[in-house]
Write a protein that binds this ligand. Structure first.
Ligand code: NOJ
Ligand code: CA
Length: 601
């Protein structure tokens, strides 16, 4: 197989994872319960961010709901989700209790990479609506105590942005230096790897000016030149434009890649495995962040999160050490990366990674937590078990995990229902530029199609981009038209309407877990301590703050498992959260398949 196709699919799709003698505690109710309410009704928790608007550090206490606008709700039957559609669902968002919504890009874009290729940073994509729709949406969210975080995509623009159109037309364009060019008379530019390019080549020859331009994503995503102070001022102004409208922060796309040495020194051996590290932390990255903070962010009380956390914990700290005045938090790829490119993963790896990253921020800084996003497969299909009998308990377990760890949880839309990877029948069903371009390369160079499709079925980003499953009517209630990407066929049983009615559903468990986090600051701030590190099936940890201490025990397996309580740990009362109706305790917890419990110590 050609070298490029012996790829680790991870790189392609990444960019882009109670004590002896304790009386048995058994809840007799058929449904799951929480001690917080004692009953299992789907009453909405208060929005996590409400009332915190003026509080510094509100972004630590909030829970972020990542919403993929293209796939959430279509309001006009064109098959594409839109802002008016989100408006129709604001009460649903409130019912979840999430404090913040992060919207994937909604700016004007030719959609080569679903909005991550922006042609006008101050306009709404017409498919999504108008600026008036945006203003109404922001107002509607704020009225419900929900904050709004926008994607900031400034490592690159679209090749259809006016800046690029002018820059490519002439070497003397005032916008020429907004991008990176390599004049052809200097020969072939030093090799750079591109993750979405059909040839994986980040240099595209452009005939009008006989030069190559740099694009580390697709050729329709030319990289912006951050060495140019004018470009940086443009970005500051764009940020101010949205912040002055009242938005509550930015998720900064591919930010670790923005800084580049314009001399483009050779990077021998660059490939799909090492490009992310090679591009990371270029010269002046932190100067740019400090400048952004000084010029823009310090004037607003907002949340900032960078995609990418450097190459190690020390570099991660540089982004978020409060003394440095750069950003609030970062998210790393190691968590969602566990098990990528393979059919299985080891729980001990997941524990190691999450424990390592928790320790990095134990004293300083803050982390973003996620198990899935729009670049990853569905979390239940990857880290849980999406077979029908285990889908619900394992999805509940994963949500319990996310909502009981230290850091700010980022919950990806649909994961609160336990939505799974979808079914695609061939390349025509896929929409993602990464999948389609890699398929073209496979066709040109030859290779193992079966292995390619096996990888796509498991890891394609399209798995998490299928329409939100609202109900059992045609197209899951997402659209009356033809959806831009196929609906997951399991919508008939896995959908919001059905789950809302069922107090034992994944959805109502999610609401209970949200409420629990809001009622117990120990779950936000408490010290995290891993227990039984080497256990290949059980992930157990305590969270401690002052005299408050809770134990979280998660059976990451489809079998019943006994777990002996470590000496000195005694649960008190009924579980604070349990994804089964009962918990059999004694010196040993007898856990059901994928059982997840939170108990007070
Ligand atoms: C990271 C985004 O999450 C991904 O969806 C996008 O394709 C790349 N950055 C390029 O913007
Ligand atoms: Ca629409």
């Amino acid at each position: 197989m050609p070298f490029l196709l012996r790829m680790n699919l991870r790189a392609t799709f990444l960019i882009c994872c109670l004590a002896g003698g304790v009386a048995a505690c058994s809840q007799s109710a058929k449904q799951e319960t929480t001690a917080a309410t004692g009953v299992s009704t789907p009453t909405p928790p208060a929005a996590a961010g409400s009332g915190l608007a003026k509080k510094a550090g509100w972004w630590k206490e909030t829970v972020v709901y990542q919403l993929y606008p293209r796939s959430f709700q279509d309001s006009n039957g064109d098959g594409v989700g839109d802002l008016k559609g989100i408006m129709q669902r604001l009460d649903y968002l409130k019912s979840l209790g999430v404090g913040t919504v992060w919207l994937n890009p909604i700016y004007a874009s030719p959609n080569d990479d679903n909005g991550y290729d922006i042609s006008d940073y101050r306009q709404i994509m017409p498919e999504f609506g108008t600026m008036a729709d945006f203003d109404a949406l922001l107002k509607g969210m704020h009225q419900r105590g929900i904050k709004l975080v926008m994607d900031l995509v400034v490592n690159h623009s679209s090749d259809e942005h006016e800046w690029f159109k002018s820059a490519r037309a002439s070497r003397t364009s005032p916008y020429r230096d907004y991008y990176y060019w390599w004049p052809a008379e200097k020969g072939t530019p030093p090799a750079r790897y591109s993750t979405f390019d059909v040839k994986k080549d980040a240099w595209q020859y452009d005939a009008p000016t006989k030069s190559y331009y740099l694009h580390i994503f697709s050729k329709k995503q030319p990289d912006l030149n951050w060495n140019n102070p004018k470009l940086r001022q443009e970005v500051h102004n764009i940020m101010r434009f949205w912040l002055d409208k009242g938005i509550d922060g930015f998720r900064m796309d591919a930010f670790q890649f923005v800084a580049k040495d314009p001399a483009f020194p050779p990077m021998p051996g660059l490939n799909e495995q090492n490009f992310a590290n090679a591009y990371n932390h270029g010269p002046h990255l932190h100067d740019y962040l400090k400048e952004i903070n000084r010029e823009v962010l310090s004037h607003y009380n907002v949340l900032t999160v960078a995609e990418g956390a450097g190459r190690n914990l020390t570099e991660a700290h540089l982004f978020v050490d409060p003394a440095r005045q750069e950003l609030d938090m970062t998210y790393h790829f190691e968590g969602t990366g566990v098990g990528s490119g393979t059919d299985t993963y080891k729980l001990t790896d997941l524990k190691r990674v999450f424990t390592k990253w928790d320790s990095a921020f134990a004293r300083q800084g803050w982390q973003a937590l996620d198990l899935g996003n729009h670049d990853q497969p569905r979390m239940v299909s990857k880290f849980g078990d999406d077979r029908p009998q285990f889908r619900a308990p394992s999805a509940k377990l994963l949500n319990t995990f996310l909502l009981t760890m230290r850091g700010t949880p980022y919950c990806y839309s649909g994961d609160e229902l336990g939505m799974t990877n979808s079914k695609f029948n061939g390349i025509a069903d896929y929409r993602d530029v990464a999948a389609r371009n890699t398929y073209q390369l496979l066709q040109q160079q030859g290779g193992n199609e079966a292995a390619f499709f096996h990888g796509l079925a498991r890891f394609s980003r399209d798995n998490s981009r299928t329409p939100f499953q609202w109900n059992a009517t045609k197209n899951a209630g997402f659209t009356t038209g033809t959806p831009w990407i196929g609906v997951n066929p399991n919508y008939v049983t896995v959908n919001e309407a059905a789950e809302n009615q069922d107090s034992a559903s994944v959805l109502n468990h999610f609401r209970r877990a949200m409420r629990l986090r809001q009622q117990h600051p120990v779950l936000v701030y408490g010290q995290y301590q891993l227990l039984d590190r080497a256990n290949p099936h059980i992930y157990a940890y305590t969270r401690t703050q002052g005299t408050e201490k809770v134990l979280v025990v998660l059976n990451f397996s489809p079998e019943k498992r006994d777990w002996a309580l470590p000496p000195g740990l005694k649960p008190t009362g009924v579980p604070l959260l349990n994804n089964y109706p009962a918990l059999a305790t004694g010196p040993t917890l007898a856990l059901e398949p994928w059982q997840a419990v939170v108990v007070r110590l």
